[in-house]
Design a binder for this molecule. Structure first.
Ligand code: SF4
Length: 163
């Protein structure tokens, strides 16, 4: 019987799906090419899948007395709760689907795994100190899971298929 392929989650825009705030994508064909024979890639877009729409206003991570928030640049609208509610449901689905790893889009306030630019409430950059809301929640929920960003390829491919 053929061996079942590993299931690996991936930020959908990296697969070429046009789900970014501006209606574009950020495809990295190398990821698909390196993994397509060995794994099933499951695309996930926290911002689109939580109902924020395409196109949508760009957002950023901001500090606050209630912890890090995801806010619309320009009008300060707080989208943290919308995203957080969806994230809880999605993490349950991913667990049930049995994903073994996740490949994140770097620098996104939702998907960035590390070094996402963080801002003060007044809009001052505090440097690349943040982690995207979805990435942070996934890592908290599945601390043993292998996670990486597109910049970790091609090296990350070997690690992922060893899962
Ligand atoms: S970085 Fe994440 S939230 Fe942003 S478009 Fe890509 S998949 Fe969607």
């Amino acid at each position: 019987m053929p061996r079942k392929k590993l299931k690996i989650g991936i930020s959908a825009c990296l697969m070429g799906i046009k789900c970014r705030y501006d209606g574009g994508a950020k495809p990295v064909p190398m990821i698909y090419e390196l993994l397509k024979d060995k794994v099933e890639l499951i695309p996930v877009c926290p911002e689109f899948n939580s109902g924020l729409g395409i196109p949508r206003p760009p957002m950023r991570l901001e500090t606050s007395s209630r912890g890090t928030r995801v806010k619309v640049i320009g009008n300060g609208e707080d989208k943290t709760e919308v995203l957080a509610d969806w994230i809880q449901v999605e993490l349950n689905l991913l667990e049930r689907a049995g994903i073994a790893a996740f490949i994140f889009k770097a620098r996104s306030p939702s998907c960035g795994l590390r070094g996402v630019e963080l801002f003060s409430p007044s809009g001052k950059s505090l440097g690349p100190r943040g982690q995207g809301l979805f990435a942070a929640a996934l890592v908290r929920r599945f601390p043993e899971m292998t996670v990486c960003e597109e910049g970790d390829f091609p090296g990350a491919a070997e690690k992922l298929v060893m899962e």
